[in-house]
Design a protein. Structure first.
Length: 451
C-alpha cells in the first residue's frame, strides 16, 4: 500500500478520487479548481517545444545516415495514413450499425447556432486552406516563432533541418551537439519537477468537471458518447492490439507500462501533458531515440486515430439526428475529406469542433448547425480521443521501430514484463559489451592504472 502511495500512479489515482469527492460535495469550489488542471497543462506545454527540438536533433545526428532519417519518416507516414483510414471507416461502420442519432428528429431551424461562433469561423479558414496553405502553416515566420507558436510541426520542421545540418558538417558540429545533449538533460530534469504536480493537476481537472456537470456526467453521457468510447476500445484492443501482436508485443502490457501517463491523460483530456514522458519511456523500452524523436512528434499531427473515429461517427450522428439522408457518395466524401482535415487538428483551439465543422462544410448534405448537438458533450469525448490518440502513436512508434529494426526486443520484453532483475542484468551485460568493444575490459583498465 505504501509503495502505491509513493508511486506517481497511486498519487494520480488519489487526486482523481479526491477530485470526484470535492466536485460532488462542493460543486462551486470544484469549479474554482479549474486553474490547477489548466496550469499543469500549460507548464508541460511550456517545455514541450524545447524537448521535441533536443530529441529530434539528437536522433537525427545519432542516426548517422540521413537516408535512414528519410526512410523512417516515409514509413511512419505510410503507417499513419493506413491506420487513419481504418479508424475513419470504423466510425462510419458503427454509426450505421447502431444509429446513435436515429429517432431524435431534430428540426434544423430550431437549433441556435450562436454558440458555434468562432468555431465555424475558424473552420472556414481550415476548410478554405489548400495544400499550399497547409505547407505555409508548417513553416514558421522565424526560428523563435517556431518555439512560441505552440505548433509542434513548426518545431519539428526546424529541428529536422537543424539536425541534418549538424549531421552534414561533421566534427565542427561537436560543440553544438554537446550543448544540445546538455540542454536535453536539463529540460528533462525540468519535466521531472513539473510531472510531480500531475496529481494536483488531475485533482483540479476532475473537481471542475464533476462540479460543473455533476456526478451523472461520469456515469451516463448519452448514447453517442457511450458508443464513441466503445469504438475507441474496439480500435485499441482489436485493431491496435492485432497490429502490435503481429510485431510480437502485447497491447495489454503496453497499456500497463504506460498506466501513469494514461491516468494523467484521462483526467486532463490532453495527450500533450505526457509527451516528454512517453518519449522517454519508449526509449527506455529499447527503441532508438532517432525513431522515437521522429515518429511521436509527427504522429501528434498526422496520426490521430481516435480523433478520426470521432469525425466520421459525429458526422453521421448529426445526419441521423436531423433526418438527413446520406447517399453512398456522401459517405465516400466524408471519408476523403476527413482523411485530409484530421491532419490539421493539433494546435487548433477547440480543434475537435473546428475540424468537424470544416469536414461538414465540405459535405453540403449535412447541416453544419448540427454541431450544436455535440458541442455540450465534446469535452467528455475528448477524454477518449486523447487516450486513443496517445496509444495509437505509441503503437505506431513500436511498429516503425520493428519495421526499421530499431528496437531491442530483449530489453522491450523485459521492460513490458516488469522484470527488474532481467533489466538490470541486461544493462550490466550491455555495459560489459561496450567496454569490450572499446578495449576497456576490467583487465585492461587494471593494466592501464598500473602504468
Amino acid at each position: 500500500m505504501q509503495r502505491l502511495y509513493k508511486s506517481l500512479f497511486g498519487q494520480v489515482v488519489i487526486g482523481l478520487v479526491l477530485g470526484i469527492i470535492v466536485g460532488v460535495l462542493y460543486p462551486k469550489f470544484g469549479e474554482s479548481m479549474k486553474p490547477l488542471g489548466d496550469g499543469f497543462i500549460k507548464l508541460v506545454k511550456m517545455i514541450i517545444p524545447m524537448i521535441v527540438f533536443c530529441v529530434v536533433v539528437q536522433g537525427i545526428y545519432g542516426a548517422g545516415e540521413l537516408k535512414k532519417v528519410g526512410r523512417v519518416g516515409l514509413k511512419a507516414l505510410i503507417y499513419f495514413e493506413a491506420v487513419t483510414f481504418i479508424a475513419l471507416a470504423l466510425g462510419l461502420l458503427l454509426a450505421f450499425v447502431f444509429h446513435p442519432g436515429a429517432g431524435m428528429n431534430i428540426d434544423v431551424g430550431s437549433l441556435d447556432a450562436t454558440s458555434l461562433g468562432t468555431y465555424v469561423q475558424t473552420a472556414n479558414k481550415v476548410r478554405g486552406a489548400g495544400f499550399g496553405d497547409f505547407v505555409m502553416k508548417i513553416i514558421p515566420d522565424t526560428v523563435v516563432s517556431a518555439f512560441t507558436s505552440g505548433d509542434v510541426l513548426q518545431v519539428l520542421l526546424f529541428s529536422i533541418i537543424f539536425g541534418c545540418a549538424l549531421s552534414l558538417i561533421g566534427e565542427k558540429a561537436a560543440p553544438l551537439v554537446t550543448i544540445v545533449y546538455s540542454m536535453s538533460a536539463a529540460f528533462f530534469k525540468c519535466m521531472s519537477f513539473i510531472i510531480k504536480l500531475a496529481p494536483l493537476g488531475v485533482f483540479g481537472a476532475i473537481a471542475f468537471t464533476v462540479g460543473k456537470y455533476g456526478i451523472g456526467s461520469l456515469e451516463q453521457l448519452g448514447y453517442l458518447v457511450a458508443l464513441f468510447y466503445v469504438a475507441v476500445v474496439i480500435f485499441v484492443f482489436a485493431i491496435l492490439g492485432t497490429i502490435l501482436r503481429l510485431t510480437g508485443f502485447s497491447i495489454f502490457k503496453l497499456i500497463k507500462y504506460l498506466r501513469e501517463e494514461l491516468m494523467v491523460v484521462l483526467a486532463t483530456a490532453s495527450s500533450d501533458a505526457v509527451l516528454p514522458q512517453i518519449m522517454k519511456k519508449l526509449e527506455y523500452m529499447g527503441i532508438k531515440d532517432s525513431t522515437v524523436g521522429l515518429v511521436i512528434p509527427t504522429g501528434y499531427s498526422f496520426n490521430l486515430d481516435a480523433f478520426s473515429i470521432y469525425l466520421t461517427l459525429a458526422a453521421v450522428f448529426i445526419a441521423q439526428a436531423t433526418n438527413t439522408h446520406l447517399a453512398f457518395t456522401d459517405l465516400l466524401a466524408i471519408l476523403a475529406v476527413a482523411l485530409i482535415t484530421s491532419k490539421g487538428a493539433h494546435g487548433v483551439p477547440g480543434s475537435a469542433i473546428v475540424i468537424l465543422a470544416a469536414t461538414l462544410s465540405a459535405i453540403p448534405a449535412i447541416p453544419v448547425v448540427g454541431l450544436v448537438l455535440v458541442l455540450s458533450v465534446d469535452w467528455f469525448m475528448g477524454i477518449a480521443r486523447a487516450l486513443g490518440n496517445l496509444l495509437g502513436n505509441c503503437v505506431a512508434t513500436v511498429v516503425v521501430a520493428v519495421w526499421e529494426k530499431d528496437i531491442d526486443r530483449a530489453r522491450a520484453h523485459a521492460v513490458l514484463n516488469g522484470d527488474l532483475a532481467a533489466i538490470k542484468a541486461y544493462d550490466e551485460q550491455k555495459n560489459r559489451d561496450n567496454l569490450v568493444e572499446e578495449g576497456r575490459t576490467p583487465a585492461n583498465l587494471h593494466l592501464r592504472a598500473e602504468h
